[in-house]
Design a protein around this ligand. Structure first.
Ligand code: NAD
Length: 379
């Protein structure tokens, strides 16, 4: 989508409203993870204060290209441990990130983390169906955990993870990095304050064109589902925080253009949510094409963002003008948010309960597709 073409005519005069509602007004923390040259020129930071140790579990694409680089920019945590089933990766990463031999584990030795004081936080970055087991094992080893989205492949598993965190008296966060970005925080704040009146209609869509037909994302046993579990969850999560409400019912339909590639999992799902206030959401999740937007229309105005679920920069605007907010390195902001919660003994804003709520709606979406009926979403 070419935003400049679609939204031409935006003038500086219309920016003042949003500028006033910008970072300072939102009480954002010191922006150490500013994206781009300002952030890049400032690696390492802090010093003097305590930095918690993070172990990454699963050294695949997301760990390699996003989380490990972000951990070079975090102020309150740093990369101290690795868990991988591939010895060659262990060797490469140890050298690159200067990780001690004693802090490198495989999936069998993983539970020995219990004896390792260099690791405070375990970050589970494995295929979705492995999230529950590796989260619970880390909690049992006495570690705080960040688990990637989707939290797990069923509500039952999510509940087991929440119970394990309570029992271990450790914090469990889900990798919802967008909750640590100024743009999405602004949308959450507007859901509370309703500066444009009651929220009426929300449209959210997330998708990309799926490549490699042999990856775990296309295997139900490892992924739990298709595009809906993987990226539709962003559109779903956004509709929940854009309204600030939990849906009461859902109606969904599934479409496939490539039944061979998407034999086991969903390619495209369209769904509608009804919220208690009367607001409704219309959303799309797809592996067929690139799409990334959210649109919220209210009694007295509207706002929208796109692109808005990728790693940035995020672009947003309202009927009054552009959203003039800082861009951050999502993962660095997210991991520092969590580290501060642990250091200050305050609850994370993205706990297991938040992950469970999305998985509950996803289960209702799949049930609606299966039955062809509206499904109530019950807690
Ligand atoms: P990936 O395929 O690149 O990496 C998966 C890792 O798991 C690899 O290191 C692989 O070796 C390991 N693994 C262990 N057992 C495996 C098995 N049985 N089959 C396949 N791989 C196995 O995947 P990824 O893109 O890094 O995704 C990992 C997790 O991170 C997923 O849950 C995904 O949803 C999440 N993710 C989140 C974001 C985000 O923006 N928050 C972005 C990408 C991925």
């Amino acid at each position: 989508m070419n935003n400049d073409t679609l939204f031409s005519g935006r003038g500086d005069s219309r920016r003042s409203f949003l500028h006033k509602m910008g970072a300072a007004a939102m009480g954002l923390p010191a922006l150490s993870w500013l994206a781009g040259p300002a952030g890049a020129a400032n690696p390492g930071f802090v010093q003097g204060g305590k930095q918690l140790g993070v172990a990454l579990v699963g050294l695949g694409g997301y760990s390699k290209h996003q989380l490990a680089p972000a951990l070079q920019q975090t102020r309150f945590c740093k990369l101290t441990g690795l868990v991988t089933g591939t010895p060659a990766k262990a060797a490469e990463w140890k050298g690159k990130y200067n990780i001690a031999d004693k802090n490198v584990y495989d999936y069998k030795t993983y539970d020995r983390l219990v004896d390792n004081k260099d690791v405070d936080i375990v970050y589970v970055v494995l295929p979705n169906a492995m999230h529950a087991e590796f989260t619970i094992r880390a909690l049992q080893a006495g570690k705080h955990v960040i688990c990637e989205k989707p939290m797990a492949v069923s509500v039952a598993e999510c509940q087991q993870m929440i119970d394990a965190a309570k029992k271990a008296r450790r914090q469990l966060a889900i990798g919802y990095r967008l909750h640590s970005t100024p743009h999405h925080q602004q949308v959450m704040q507007w859901a509370k304050e309703k500066p444009f009146g009651a929220i009426k209609i929300v449209e959210t869509s997330d998708g990309f064109r799926m490549g490699d037909p042999n990856q775990w994302r296309l295997k139900k046993a490892l992924a739990g589902g298709g595009s809906m579990m993987d990226i539709g969850i962003y559109a779903l999560n956004a509709s929940r925080y854009a309204t600030g409400e939990e849906p009461v019912s859902v109606f969904a339909q599934e479409y496939k253009t490539d039944p061979v590639k998407f034999k086991e999992v969903d390619e495209t799902i369209l769904w509608q949510l009804k919220f208690p206030s009367g607001a409704v959401a219309n959303s799309t999740s797809t592996y067929a094409a690139s799409v990334e937007r959210m649109y919220v229309t209210c009694e007295k105005g509207w706002y929208e963002m796109g692109p808005c679920y990728g790693y940035g920069p995020i672009k947003g605007r309202t009927h009054k003008g552009d959203m003039d907010l800082p861009q951050v390195v999502h993962q660095a902001a997210q991991m520092d948010d969590f580290a501060q919660c642990i250091l200050n003994n305050t609850p994370t804003k993205v706990p297991g309960e938040e992950g469970l709520k999305d998985v509950r709606v996803i289960e209702a979406i799949y049930k609606s597709i299966e039955t062809g009926k509206v499904v109530q979403v019950t807690a």
